[in-house]
Write a protein that binds this ligand. Structure first.
Ligand SMILES: NC(=O)c1ccc[n+]([C@@H]2O[C@H](COP(=O)([O-])OP(=O)(O)OC[C@H]3O[C@@H](n4cnc5c(N)ncnc54)[C@H](O)[C@@H]3O)[C@@H](O)[C@H]2O)c1
Length: 436
């Protein structure tokens, strides 16, 4: 496979300059300047085995595939609040004063452009830094102009857009989403089924830029966007970063299933107090998140294949907005399982996590991999990036793979395939050959 060079600057365009994006930008600065190691990032820390185990070839992923260098990243953002990255990070209260001060120049350099925002889609937010236009197509055109200006100003050679803005209300795919032609007519007619996130995605794809969806919004999960992505040669991936509780779920559930242990119930509840939590306090935004969070267990446990073990699984997810906790979320899981002769057991998980600390390295990996994919000529849905998402985006005729370990194998085998290396099947080839 021929992969274009990563030379030149890579623009990272981010709708939403909140907790996740500012933590990401501050962390990249800290890594470049040597203040921290890139904990949590596969692109920076993980290795990949090539060939047989006896070959002893295990380079770091970043030395194996041609990724953009962190020094070449430049950031641009949109937000409905005019605060620069430093002010927004202060407000988000994720990082310590010392870490914020050290990253201050990098954060202050990011001044958000005016947002495309409509309160109908995020009921709990309102801000002054918002574009206006006669219709949604005009708003998309203004975003396209923003992108063009950013390109010129920063002399970027490539860009990736990643959505780190708020969760919108639940929207189902409908006729206006079914083709590019209908969607463009919908933009001109101000169709209410086109929320702000779709206007950003349209602007990115129309500009030939990859779009990654960090929230559970429908955004690019519709035929119109897939058509546009394929036409423009742009990758799309989503949705909803797999960070706290769902990460733990997709680590534990495959293990229970591997040992054929049954599960009667899985109750997950959270308290969190950041702006994301406040937005999710609105039932319509929560519904979007709930749908995204609930899918994982069904797909991992495959109750139709294993009815005795998982048919009656009762899965409940709750998110409670609790301001004193800020970004330091607490997630509890109670798992009711059963084993030999049906005897019941329980597992309790209490994860005191930090949402944005878990999300930031995912943002880094996704922008680097999306850029790599685009340089390799891979367009449309990037299923190999499922590893990073709560609700992986797959082709309409496929079911998503949620098992973190299968997702990792898929990701690494895709990298091997891109670099013309053999996929690793874990078959034990040396023994296999011996017994032929
Ligand atoms: N932190 C995590 O672990 C995690 C995991 C999965 C998904 N997410 C999703 O990532 C997103 C960001 O999370 P966060 O904690 O940074 O939230 P946040 O509230 O701190 O930041 C979101 C920012 O987006 C802005 N915004 C909202 N609508 C916008 C629009 N139309 N255009 C431009 N800006 C807009 C808000 O003003 C805010 O500054 C949320 O949708 C969240 O659900 C986060």
């Amino acid at each position: 496979m021929k992969i274009g060079s990563p030379e030149g600057k890579l623009g990272i365009l981010i709708p939403g300059l909140g907790a996740v994006s500012t933590t990401f930008i501050a962390g990249v600065d800290a890594i470049i300047k040597g203040r921290t190691a890139p904990f949590g990032s596969l692109t920076q820390m993980a290795t990949i085995r090539l060939g047989k185990r006896t070959d002893n070839r295990t380079p770091k992923i970043k030395d194996f595939v041609p990724l953009a260098r962190l020094e070449d990243l430049v950031f641009g953002a949109w937000d409905l609040f005019p605060d620069n990255g430093y002010e927004s990070a202060l407000n988000a209260q994720v990082l310590s004063p010392a870490d914020l001060e050290a990253a201050r120049p990098a954060l202050e350099a990011v001044k958000p452009m005016k947002a495309v925002f409509d309160r109908r889609y995020v009921k709990k937010l309102d801000g002054p830094h918002v574009k206006s236009g006669a219709n949604k197509m005009e708003l998309a055109e203004q975003l396209i102009e923003d992108i063009e200006r950013f390109r010129k100003l920063n002399q970027t050679s490539r860009e990736v857009m990643i959505w780190a803005a708020s969760t919108e209300i639940y929207i189902e795919a409908s006729d206006v989403h079914s083709s590019l032609e209908k969607f463009e007519a919908g933009l001109r007619n101000n169709d209410p089924k086109i929320p702000s996130s779709m206007i950003y995605a349209y602007a990115a794809l129309k500009s030939g830029i990859a779009f990654i969806n960090g929230a559970p919004n429908l955004t690019v999960d519709i035929p119109a966007m897939q058509e546009l992505a394929n036409k423009m040669g742009a990758p799309i991936a989503g949705k909803d970063f797999k960070t706290g509780q769902t990460l733990i779920k997709t680590i534990l559930a495959p293990g229970l299933k591997a040992r054929m242990l049954g599960v009667d119930g899985w109750f997950s509840t959270n308290i969190l107090g950041n702006r994301d939590g406040e937005v999710l306090d609105d039932p319509e935004s929560f519904k979007t998140k709930e749908v995204s969070k609930k899918g994982a267990l069904d797909y991992i446990f495959q109750p139709t294949l294993y009815p005795e073990l998982y048919k009656n699984l009762y899965h409940k997810v709750r998110i409670n907005y609790y301001p004193p906790r800020g970004d330091s979320k607490e997630g509890w899981d109670n798992i009711d399982i059963f084993g030999w002769m049906g005897y019941k057991m329980q597992i309790k998980v209490d994860f005191l996590c930090r949402d944005s600390i878990l999300a930031a390295p995912i943002v880094l990996d996704l922008v680097l991999f999306a850029d790599l994919a685009q340089r390799a000529g891979m367009k449309g849905i990037q299923e190999w990036l499922s590893f990073y998402f709560k609700s992986p985006h797959v082709a309409p005729n496929l079911y998503p793979e949620h098992d973190l370990f299968i997702q990792l194998i898929k990701l690494k085998n895709t990298l091997r395939w891109m670099m013309n290396e053999e996929p690793i099947t874990h078959l034990g080839q040396e023994y296999y050959n011996e017994y032929q």
